[in-house]
Design a protein around this ligand. Structure first.
Ligand code: SAH
Ligand code: SF4
Ligand code: F3S
Length: 444
């Protein structure tokens, strides 16, 4: 087999980022070479996202650009994978007939072989089976690697929650947890390669271990992972408020290494909307969780996701969302205009919120969040945090960048040789997205 230059472009969430990194490693192990741009690549792969309409459009406009490269060099293999490919299957080829390969969210492990099939003359290969295949999962993630001191570990695939607006259950398939012993082994291997922080990934990690049954639950998995030699920090995402147990809340206080940050998407501050979204909790339940988290771990940072303009959302319901924000004061927030996804339950609702109203609501919400993020970050000023150094900083010479236990970015004067080490840093000036600080002790 020839050694090929490949380029992967990734859209979407951390799961896709991680999948692309694993795919890159898989291809490298076969002797191929990853390159930084599509120009000059023999194989161009897109790992796509379907979460909102705009994400999907981006894929097709990007494909249009690669079409020109292919016209110049027809031997290029152009592949589309990930969530759009999974949802569209063969239809991708109808919209973009110059595409050679369509692979899904559960056929990543087959990509090297599929690329070869295209190169040996089979035009237009489509492989989008969505089966539960624990062996394939194990084979794929055996190639997981860290990025410097940090690594992702995919603990489960798919989602069975069917939130009314969401395409994920359709494009990522049924919920499937990986065996705990396999995960702990993966973390051990990563630690041996120099990783000190792992982030456990899943659409709803709180239900880890339920499907298939017989596995340990998520708090136990956390304990096992945190106990691995060399692992200093453990994070996880995403948590679903309906499944966040007391046991897991206690883990923030009891398990050394579990970092004081939780991403807990709330989606709306109005109970009627939450019901229509099929989220299966109330605002009161959510606020109760926040209260317990903060009682047990007062320094915990809280981030969330919110959607504005879900069908039928009234002004009063939107105001309720702002009121919830005022009550919680999130450290950070991802906010989105509702986007209709064909095939989901919400696609059948008849009462769309006009685009202009959605925009206005989003702008108000983001303005409020800007104030809250700043308020939360300013509260760090003068305090000392243990910062895990990730590398040189974008802000300039002699500065390094790292994160506090709360996952806040801090830039400070230091040496790149401190990478993967923890440094006590006093925060001197906070801004919305990152802070400045000064080291007040040696790198540990
Ligand atoms: N599994 C995670 C997140 C999945 S997607 C969870 O349950 O929270 C990330 C975020 O995208 C969601 O939390 C939601 O806020 C947003 N999102 C999902 N579908 C959307 C849609 N159709 N329109 C707008 N935002 C959406
Ligand atoms: Fe989508 Fe809901 Fe599953 Fe999250 S829990 S991925 S929002 S269906
Ligand atoms: Fe997008 Fe798929 Fe992630 S739809 S958000 S890349 S699971």
């Amino acid at each position: 087999m020839d050694n090929l230059r490949f380029y992967i472009q990734t859209f979407g969430c951390q799961m896709n980022d991680h999948d692309s990194a694993v795919l890159a490693r898989l291809l490298e192990e076969q002797g191929h070479l990853e390159v930084e741009t599509a120009e000059g690549a023999d194989v161009i792969l897109l790992n796509t996202c379907a979460i909102r309409e705009r994400a999907e459009q981006k894929v097709y406009s990007q494909l249009g650009r690669y079409r020109f490269l292919k016209e110049k060099r027809p031997e290029i293999v152009l592949g589309v994978g990930g969530c759009v490919a999974q949802g569209e299957g063969r239809k991708v080829l109808r919209r973009a007939p110059y595409v050679d390969l369509v692979f899904g969210t559960r056929t990543l492990h087959r990509v090297p072989e599929l690329v070869e099939a295209v190169r040996s003359g089979r035009r237009q290969v489509v492989a989008t089976a969505l089966d539960d295949d624990p062996v394939a999962l194990a084979t794929l993630y055996a190639h997981a690697a860290g990025r410097g001191p940090r690594a992702y570990v995919t603990v489960m695939q798919g989602c069975d929650n069917y939130c009314a607006y969401c395409v994920v259950p359709y494009v990522r398939g049924r919920e499937l947890s990986r065996p705990a012993d396999e995960l702990v082994e993966e973390v051990r291997r990563l630690a041996a390669e120099g990783v000190v922080e792992v982030t456990l990934l899943g659409q709803n990690v709180n239900s880890y271990g339920q499907k298939p049954p017989g596995e340990v639950d998520f708090p136990s998995l956390l304990r096992h992972v945190a106990a691995v030699d060399g692992i200093r920090r453990v994070r996880f995402t995403t948590s679903h408020p309906k499944d966040l147990s007391d046991d897991l809340i206690r883990a923030f206080a009891e398990v050394p290494g579990v970092m004081p940050h939780i991403h807990l998407p709330v989606q709306s501050g109005a109970d009627r909307v939450l019901t229509a979204m099929n989220r299966r909790y109330t605002v009161a339940h959510y606020l109760g969780l926040v209260e317990r988290l903060r009682r047990l771990r007062p320094d915990i940072a809280l981030t969330s996701d919110l959607i504005v303009g879900f069908p039928g959302e009234t002004d009063a319901e939107f105001e309720a969302t702002l009121a919830l924000m005022e009550q919680v004061v999130f450290d950070g927030l991802f906010s989105f205009k509702y986007s209709l996804r064909p095939g989901t339950r919400a696609a059948e609702l008849t009462d769309p919120v006009p685009e202009a109203v959605k925009e206005e609501r989003l702008a108000r919400l983001q303005r409020l969040q800007g104030e809250h993020s700043l308020r939360r970050n300013r509260a760090m000023e003068g305090q000392v945090f243990s910062v895990l150094v990730e590398g040189g900083s974008k802000v300039g010479d002699g500065q390094v960048m790292g994160r506090t236990p709360q996952n806040k970015i801090v830039n400070f004067a230091g040496e790149v040789a401190w990478r993967a080490r923890e440094v006590p840093v006093r925060v001197t000036a906070a801004a919305v997205n990152s802070s400045r600080g000064e080291a007040v002790g040696p790198a540990g």
